[in-house]
Design a protein around this ligand. Structure first.
Ligand code: SF4
Length: 379
């Protein structure tokens, strides 16, 4: 595997045997977009990191699987990539795109895509330092729809999150103050009872929400591997069971929504879903078709609900059946309750269809549960 500084300039092949096989493919389709991750490794040590799921948490030095040019070629030739349509993400699985050593690669990929005239959304999620020069550079892009999502938790237990939330707070102010062409999301997560859910934390979040085009709040992924890491390192057990989806206790969700409502108009617009906030920030309808799950929109600004209502359209059965077959499902899809159900497809193929149609696509084995908003049923 190439060292980071070499990889930007040289051609290379993926050769590492030290990396979990799932990380060796730099492209993964996630709910918020097709995600490019050709740099792996992070020194920030957030103990709840999803890198535990790939056995990669101990890799502190970011390294590149291939050059930036190769990565962009790989992305735009990927069977799931659609020019101007597929939402994209960069370095959101195994590193932070604004680490000083990673940032040149983030910018190199953005520049390459932008120079091709691509108008896709691109989501850049970070908790690192953003400078005024970074903001100027991002404003110079002319084609991509760039959104910076600044992750902030407010957790001050350094055993759990060694990096100070002050860095993200300063980045948020900086990014929002200089935003011209790109948009800024206050990405408040993970919210965990007794760690960062006090009234003081909520008041602080409301204050920060005023410095973003939109705010997303969400809970914690607490999977087996993450829980085991906490147990092995004598850290507090955050929940007494693990879950497939993010955990955000209902009462806590309601408390946050109420506090934002009470603070109106001195609170920013609050969203449950990342794609809703990103779309709103760009004055566009949600690209994930969440509008079909009506209760999700209960906290959304009226003008945005109207925007989504205008755009959202139930696809024809023939269209859905064609795409399901094209993706390899042997089953007949169903359209019901504002969503499509397709059996026999993995998550990535379902997201492809979801973004192609702007309509929710679910696995019938994990149906949407009323008022769960995609959260785990525990907590
Ligand atoms: S109207 Fe609903 S689907 Fe559209 S952005 Fe708002 S919450 Fe999301």
């Amino acid at each position: 595997m190439k060292k980071l500084h070499q990889a930007a300039h040289n051609s290379s092949k993926i050769t590492s045997l030290r990396i979990h096989p799932d990380l060796l493919d730099p492209i993964e389709y996630r709910k918020s977009g097709l995600s490019l991750n050709h740099i792996v490794g992070c020194p920030l040590n957030c103990t709840y990191c999803v890198r535990h799921l790939f056995d990669n948490f101990e890799m502190k030095q970011p390294e590149a699987l291939m050059s930036d040019e190769e990565a962009v070629e790989y992305l735009i030739k990927h069977p799931f990539f659609q020019a101007h349509k597929t939402p994209l993400q960069i370095f959101n699985r195994a590193t932070d795109p604004f680490l000083p050593i990673v940032k040149p690669h983030t910018f190199s990929v953005l520049e390459n895509l932008d120079q091709r005239g691509l108008r896709n959304h691109i989501l850049v999620i970070t908790r690192s330092k953003i400078t005024e020069d970074d903001c100027k550079w991002l404003n110079s892009l002319s084609s991509l729809k760039v959104t910076l999502l600044i992750t902030y938790s407010g957790i001050d237990d350094e055993r759990i999150e060694p990096i100070s939330s002050d860095i993200a707070e300063t980045s948020l102010y900086q990014a929002y103050a200089h935003a011209v062409r790109y948009r800024v999301i206050f990405y408040w997560r993970p919210i965990i009872p007794s760690l960062n859910d006090s009234s003081k934390h909520i008041v602080k979040a409301i204050e920060l929400s005023r410095n973003a085009h939109a705010t997303v709040f969400t809970g914690l992924f607490y999977r087996e591997q993450i829980r085991k890491y906490f147990q092995d390192n004598e850290l507090p057990d955050l929940y007494n069971e693990v879950a497939r989806r993010k955990i955000l206790p209902k009462q806590l969700e309601l408390r946050i929504i109420k506090a934002f409502e009470n603070a109106f108009p001195k609170a920013g617009s609050l969203f449950r879903k990342t794609s809703c906030a990103v779309s709103y920030a760009h004055n566009l309808p949600d690209y994930n078709g969440h509008y079909g799950i009506r209760e999700l929109c209960s906290i959304c600004p009226k003008q945005q609900i109207n925007r989504c209502a205008k755009f959202w359209k139930t696809p024809s059965f023939n269209e859905v059946e064609y795409l399901a077959k094209q993706m390899g499902s042997p089953h007949t899809p169903q359209i019901k309750g504002g969503a499509i159900e397709i059996d026999g497809l993995d998550e990535q193929r379902r997201y492809y269809i979801q973004h192609a149609l702007g309509y929710q696509v679910h696995d019938p084995h994990y149906p949407h549960l009323l008022d769960q908003h995609g959260r785990a049923p525990i907590g």
